[in-house]
Design a protein around this ligand. Sequence first.
Ligand code: HEM
Length: 395
Amino acid sequence: MEKEFEGRPNSFFIRLRCLGKRMGITFADGELWREHRQFTVKHLKNVGFGKTAMEAEIKKELQSILNYINEHKSKPINPKTILAMSVMNILWKFTAGERIKEERLNFLLDLLSARSKAFSMAGGWLNQWPWVRFLLPELSGFTLIKQMNQQISDIIEETIAKHKKKSITGDDFMYSFLEEMNEKNNKSYTEEQLKIICLDILIAGSQTTSNVLEFAILTVLRNKVIQDKIFDEISNILGNETPSWADSSRLVYTMAFLLEIQRYFTIVPLAGPRRLLEDVKMDGFLLPKDTTVLIAVGDVHFDPDIWDNPNKFIPERFIDDQGNIKNTEHMYPFGIGRRRCPGDALAKSFIFIVFVGLIQAYRVQCSNGVLPSEEPIIGLISSARPFTAEFVPRQ
Ligand code: HEM
């Protein structure tokens, strides 16, 4: 994708999302975006993100999820919270060096989810007529969003304060950032920028990754034939061995299934928004500078010129005659171009390891005799309707 598409819109609504200023990574553009995206990706990698250390953390989280299911196995489980908590723990470990306490984590997840609901509700009003906040601060959702922004700021600020006192041991992204800010005296490195980058990572990473897994669990629950095929492959190839990302090249049907999940339930159906940095001619139309552009990734994933029977769930469409994975070049779950998702390594490994580990240990079945619907809730990111499942131990 061309450079002209690399901007982000500058609206009141987006500034509200970024705690009042257009900073961080997700909604910044120009030099601030370039510098801070590069710095964040490099320093997250330096502390182990995307490497063996991350895989070890994912395996620890898999074990916590299996323990949780084991303790609750007589009751139907809604997998949403436990999955989102696990992703959040990993993100926070590399960003801020600590595991978040369970009550804190629950509070944070509820806060992020209430915040995204409030944003969806307020979207129409506040986006079109920002002045409405002066007339109807309560009804427009403005007061609620401001309160939630304050709560989330407090949580991140508390962790920054612990880093300033050096009371967290080990290396993490916050320490790298504070060093750049204090010792190298780099002007764009401020505490406010650090806070918004942390918020970007938490918002962009947790619900997206856990939603993919939720759809995967929902689909095997609804389709016993597919679930048996996946289990047979895992038990033939891995036996009881803990899964690793390297096994993804051996578990071809399982990988094809997870790709089909990411196509069929495209989690981010409209990537962006982007702001055009220059006039652009496209298919004979002139798109003026500053136009907001959304990338219809979901449409590409259902394009009948690319996919046979796009409305059917067929994992085999990703397997060629030699039994290798094919067709990944038509998949854009993480967007496109230099603003493409920088968290794809964590998302892919987490989804694979946790899904394989779950199916290896448990048969997933319906909890009350009624199959839950696969109809997604469509929003900025798409999610499964709340459902419960029974996890029956395989041994
Ligand atoms: C399955 C899980 C995920 C999906 C489907 C997903 C999807 C996306 C997409 C489509 C974009 C591109 C937006 C655009 O084109 O403008 C994006 C951006 C982004 N993602 Fe992800 N993401 C996932 C997981 C993560 C994780 C785990 C992180 C944590 C580091 C993360 C951090 C980000 C950030 C910071 C951006 C903004 C990049 C920029 O503006 O330069 N994402 N994601």
